[in-house]
Design a protein around this ligand. Structure first.
Ligand SMILES: *Cc1c(COP(=O)(O)O)cnc(C)c1O
Length: 458
């Protein structure tokens, strides 16, 4: 028989207890954390949906790999296995191991960036944007218009607007474009996938103007799932083949392996061009480590090589995408405004719609993140004007296009009953939604302010 229930395709071998806090305790914890969910301690959290980054449960095979890790400074066997795994997937000649995604970004965007350069992406992830802007360059997001309507159903809302891409290249001058970056799936844009068709079109435009195309491939396996199930012509390809085809259309890739390589730490930069790879390797050695480990230990590289294979297993990917959709569709049916269709790694709640009485300069997303924590001990993150807001010359907030709250789901960590608990918490949030209050920022740093800002309820 064909079962309707998608069960977790794994058994649990090792468990980590959860401290079951009360609402009164959480109130005190949140105040102490200055109403910033990043500043909570993990044992103050019941369900941790802050991020899917580095929070995966590793498999028995990966843990076995950890024991096999070769910690030699140079020419480690584990590096050889990682390099082979990355080359096999990306088809790229030069692989640079880094301790996480942003280290790969700092190296490549530090090299390609600088004053006067422009980078164009469907949506730059926060660390990507920060690394580009830190180099003096500008970062422009041009996802298709459909991506700004959270309720609109479109199979590939992560796509780049190719008309705008071409006109931007013309406007800025091809030689001033640092690179075009396709983020798959589009994390900040709601975890929405990019189609192969769009990738082909973007690749053709980049070739036509001699502009470099990079893949921010953190969730390339999840993206491949959507292509196989939504794009004609890919039904009979394996997930890995789909990912390989996507890489074949690009000049390089940066990965935070803390996502789809199912490890707790790691990343890489993969490149085709020898000259760029050599320049980046110099930066790697100065700031990360020698070429055969970068910022990683042998055991990390071993686990990464295994994870990059496991993530493409059909039973895993089906469970992964369908369990995320299970949460999202339940919330949708209850009347919680969620970004549709549900993305791969997370459910995004539209806080501007849910808390329509809270103005954007009082951060409705932050308000929802705090409510979810207070009511259920659920830790989430605001992806809206706290994360992406800017100020004009008069210090007035230029809000982000959307005020989202992300429920990012760690890979292979929570079971269906955890998810039922989250759904129940939302029932309570809905009941009390008119009482929710906005927040003001009382302290903020210059870059990536969402990590450390302090807030006060209004
Ligand atoms: C996580 C992430 C990064 C940065 O990677 P880190 O490992 O957190 O440094 C870059 N791009 C995207 C799309 C991401 O999701």
């Amino acid at each position: 028989m064909k079962h309707k229930v998608i069960i977790e395709p794994f058994k649990i071998k090792s468990v980590e207890p959860i401290f079951m806090s009360t609402e009164t305790q959480r109130k005190a914890f949140l105040e102490k954390a200055n109403f910033n969910t990043f500043l909570l301690k993990s044992d103050q959290v019941i369900i941790d949906f802050l991020t899917d980054s580095g929070t995966s449960a590793m498999s028995a095979e990966q843990w076995a790999g950890v024991m096999r890790g070769d910690e030699s400074y140079a020419g480690s066997k584990s590096w050889e296995r990682m390099e082979n795994a990355v080359k096999h997937l990306t088809g790229m000649e030069y692989v640079l191991p880094t301790h996480q995604g942003r280290a790969a970004e700092r190296i490549i965007y530090g090299y390609l960036g600088g004053k006067g350069k422009t980078f164009i992406s469907n949506t730059h992830f926060d660390t990507t944007r920060a690394n580009i802007e830190f180099s003096g360059a500008e970062a422009i997001d041009i996802a298709i218009d459909e991506s700004n309507d959270s309720a609109l159903i479109h199979p590939f809302k992560g796509n780049i607007n190719t008309t705008r891409l071409e006109s931007l290249i013309n406007e800025k001058g091809a030689k001033n474009i640092g690179a075009v970056i396709l983020t798959v799936t589009n994390n900040s844009g709601g975890g929405q996938p990019v189609s192969m068709q769009n990738t082909k079109e973007v690749s053709a435009i980049c070739k036509k103007y001699g502009v470099m195309l990079l893949l921010d491939c953190c969730r390339v396996a999840e993206n491949a799932y959507f292509i196989k199930h939504r794009e004609a012509g890919y039904e009979n390809k394996t997930y890995e083949e789909i990912a390989q085809e996507m890489f074949s259309l690009t000049d390089g890739a940066a990965m935070s392996s803390k996502k789809d390589a199912l490890v707790n730490m790691g990343g890489f930069l993969a490149l085709r061009d020898k000259e760029i790879a050599e320049a980046c390797t110099n930066l790697l050695i100065i700031t990360e480590g020698f070429t055969t480990y970068g910022g990683l230990s042998g055991r990390d590289m071993e686990a990464l090589a295994i994870g990059l294979k496991e993530v493409f297993e059909p039973a895993y990917l089906e469970y992964r995408i369908k369990s995320t959709a299970y949460l999202g569709e339940h919330l949708h049916k209850m009347g919680v405004p969620v970004m549709l269709p549900i993305g791969g790694h997370a459910v995004y709640v539209d806080a501007k719609k849910l808390y329509s009485h809270i103005p954007v300069d009082q951060y409705p997303g932050q308000a929802l993140a705090c409510e979810l924590y207070l009511k259920g001990g659920i830790r989430t993150v605001e992806i809206g004007s706290v994360m992406f807001g800017k100020y004009d010359e008069n210090g007035k907030l230029i809000p982000a296009p959307m005020e989202l709250v992300r429920l990012a789901i760690p890979r292979r960590v929570y079971t269906q009953s955890h998810i039922e608990y989250v759904i129940e918490t939302f029932e309570e949030v809905l009941k009390t939604k008119n009482e929710a209050k906005g927040y003001k920022i009382t302290k903020e740093p210059q870059f990536l302010r969402h990590f450390t800002s302090h807030f006060k309820p209004l």
